[in-house]
Design a protein around this ligand. Structure first.
Ligand SMILES: CC(C)(COP(=O)(O)OP(=O)(O)OC[C@H]1O[C@@H](n2cnc3c(N)ncnc32)[C@H](O)[C@@H]1OP(=O)(O)O)[C@@H](O)C(=O)NCCC(=O)NCCS
Length: 169
């Protein structure tokens, strides 16, 4: 199976925030943001694998900056690493000022997808080639995040998480 470059999975979704998508403070509702991130990252995973992909885990979403109604919001999703059947996908969220065009990063999320066949069983995906500095950094650290996610979900014994243990030794 031919490896693919990280940039081949780049997925950009641009949309605005409507009144029905906000909390009582007129800022984007957290669940709405998660849904938009899931949509962008799942397309990136499908672009990398050319398969049906299902979300298996969502890591590290921090709501640090509110996004007011009327904002222009852009999701930039890209596969950061492919394993056997699973892919880690980063999504960077940018808010764009309607009048000045200035962009500010307001959020970031890390999603993991599994490529599946028609029966919903995992299938192999192409390996990923990181090129830029950021792509390489995210590629290298992805194995630690995978092991942490597997430990937290009870699928990997902490003593088997070699990459995580190396952090503390
Ligand atoms: C995703 C699913 C197919 C995985 O099935 P499974 O029997 O657990 O398969 P495996 O244990 O072989 O895991 C498959 C891959 O997922 C990875 N994985 C499983 N749980 C994970 C977790 N919590 N975090 C990170 N990776 C995980 C495994 O490490 C494996 O990766 P690899 O093949 O690249 O090494 C199954 O759990 C499922 O169908 N879940 C529901 C998905 C869903 O409905 N999502 C929401 C809507 S899209």
């Amino acid at each position: 199976m031919k490896s693919k470059k990280a940039k081949e999975s780049l997925t950009i979704l641009t949309d605005t925030v409507l009144p029905g998508e906000t909390n009582p403070l007129n800022n984007l509702f957290g669940g709405e943001l998660l849904a938009r991130m899931d949509r962008a990252t799942s397309i990136a995973a499908s672009r990398h694998s050319n398969c049906i992909c299902v979300t298996v885990s969502v890591n590290h979403v921090v709501f640090t900056k509110a996004v007011p109604v009327g904002s222009i919001l852009q999701m930039e999703a890209k596969v950061s690493r492919a394993f056997s059947s699973s892919m880690e996908v980063f999504v960077d969220v940018w808010k764009e000022d309607r009048l000045t065009g200035n962009r500010e990063k307001v959020n970031e999320g890390i999603y993991t997808f599994v490529a599946v066949n028609d029966l919903g069983r995992p299938i192999k995906v192409p390996q990923l080639i990181p090129e830029s500095k950021l792509e390489k950094e995210r590629y290298i650290s992805a194995l630690q995040r995978k092991q942490l996610s597997l430990v937290l979900s009870g699928k990997l014994a902490p003593k088997e998480a070699t990459e995580l243990r190396a952090l503390f030794e």
